[in-house]
Design a protein around this ligand. Structure first.
Ligand code: XLS
Ligand code: NI
Ligand code: NI
Length: 435
């Protein structure tokens, strides 16, 4: 039975690039084959429960702006209504996946045993809805940043009782993710960081975080959870300085604590920007280390300097991200999660649908452009040309020699290398042919 929340809005379908229907896809055509694979299987879209259903429209200056039939979010009855509407939206959009935090799907009681009971109850309800609709869980996670108990961190909290609460919480969320057949489990360290070194033992906190993640991996193996464990880098917000700053920092951390073969990265567009990187940089860094896992697709406002979590709408940016994803072999267990929320003035149920329709279309355009560039090989050939010197046996041999030998060679040959154009503008023009 329909909740009536999306009254008048029917299943969104592909109508082609000429369509002027705002509730139709112009580029996202799930069955269209791109580089030998259906678009739906490439992109693996997921809706984020927190932004679409749990966030009430507040900002630092004002509270709730949305009015939803599942508010206040403090009862199981309302949690079930929220789930009903969520699954209706997944079906209207035709998205294959969704993602959740414990705090998004069940009411917060403040007590672990009650939270566990309601988590189990609501995930049973969601499992039934998955079976009825075919929509699947891309990943689950624990919200260990909103409640005041987490204000000084979860696994990095100076209070061992909070570390314990965090361990129990993550265990409960991995169990629930496994029950829902989730393909990944994500850890984003929202308050794993610090405000001031005046009160923080940074080394001890990092050691606790490393130990905590090892416990997560051990537990995954113990229960036979088949999904991938992912960590999500972000440089700041809510903590002033977060330990999972960016992809490179996370990779160094994972290596230090012996987790490089076990944990991959969930990269977010807006977090890359906050870290002073481009999104494709983050993807390329993770891919180069074999640690690319999944993406949280969104965008930031370039003027505000905040994590504004807007829906993506920049094709060239998105195309470059998918270019590096495709180049790395595409998603395995990962996917494209819309970690994006409406603007707080976008009150209507239709806004929620339109936001996702636009975002899915932008991603489809990005994917198609990325695939076309890869198939055309223009960028690959330019790269191959630029590094051609390294294919010479002499150049390769140099990597096995040492500074003295190389320096003798330079003197003997009286080498004086002539610089060559990096052709950035030529390559930018090339890219613009595809987007
Ligand atoms: C917040 C994060 C969060 C994670 C999941 O900035 O992006 O939404 O994806 O906890
Ligand atoms: Ni984010
Ligand atoms: Ni995210």
């Amino acid at each position: 039975m329909s909740t009536g929340f999306f009254d008048g809005i029917t299943q969104v379908t592909f109508e082609g690039a000429d369509s002027t229907n705002p509730m139709a896809f112009r580029h996202y055509n799930p069955d269209e084959v791109v580089m030998g694979k259906r678009m739906e299987d490439h992109l693996r879209f997921a809706v984020a429960w927190w932004h679409s259903f749990a966030w009430e429209g507040g900002d630092p200056f004002g509270g709730q702006t949305f009015e939803r039939p599942w508010y206040p979010q403090d009862s199981m009855e309302n949690a079930r209504t929220k789930a009903d509407v969520a699954f209706e939206m997944f079906q209207i959009l035709g998205v294959p996946f969704y993602c959740w935090h414990d705090a998004d799907i069940r009411p917060e009681t403040g007590n672990f045993a009650d939270n566990l009971a309601t988590l189990n109850e609501i995930t049973d309800y969601m499992a039934d809805k998955q079976a009825a609709t075919g929509v699947k869980c891309l990943w689950g996670t624990a919200n260990m940043f909103s409640h005041r108990r987490w204000m000084a961190g979860a696994a990095t909290n100076p209070d061992p009782d909070v570390f314990a609460f965090a361990a129990a919480t993550v265990k409960s969320c991995i169990d629930a993710t496994q029950k829902l057949g989730g393909e990944n489990y994500v850890l984003w360290g929202g308050r794993e960081g610090y405000e001031t070194l005046l009160n923080t033992d940074l080394k001890q906190e990092l050691d606790h975080l490393g130990r905590f993640l090892n416990m997560v991996v051990d537990y995954k193996h113990k229960i036979g959870f088949k999904g991938t464990i992912l960590v999500e880098p972000k440089p700041q917000e809510p903590s002033k300085h977060q330990y999972d700053y960016d992809a490179a920092t996370c990779i160094g951390f994972l290596r230090k604590y012996g987790l490089e073969g076990e944990v991959k990265l969930n990269l977010e567009q807006g977090h890359a920007i906050l870290a002073g990187h481009s999104f494709e940089h983050e993807v390329a860094v993770a891919a180069a280390e074999g640690m690319f896992g999944s993406i949280d697709m969104n965008r930031n406002d370039y003027q505000s300097g905040w994590d504004t979590d807007q829906f993506p709408n920049n094709v060239p940016e998105v195309a470059l991200a998918y270019y590096h994803i495709l180049r790395a072999g595409g998603f395995e267990t990962g996917g494209t999660n819309f970690d994006a929320r409406l603007r707080r003035q976008s009150l209507d149920p239709g806004d929620l649908i339109a936001a996702h329709v636009g975002a899915m279309d932008i991603c489809a355009r990005g994917l198609k452009a990325a695939a076309a560039m890869l198939e055309d090989r223009g960028l690959e050939d330019a790269l191959s040309e630029r590094y051609a010197g390294w294919r010479e046996p002499q150049a390769q041999a140099m990597l096995d020699s040492d500074l003295e030998e190389i320096s003798r060679r330079v003197l003997d040959a009286n080498t004086n290398p002539e610089p060559r154009s990096g052709k950035q503008e030529v390559l930018e023009n090339y890219l613009n042919r595809f987007v």
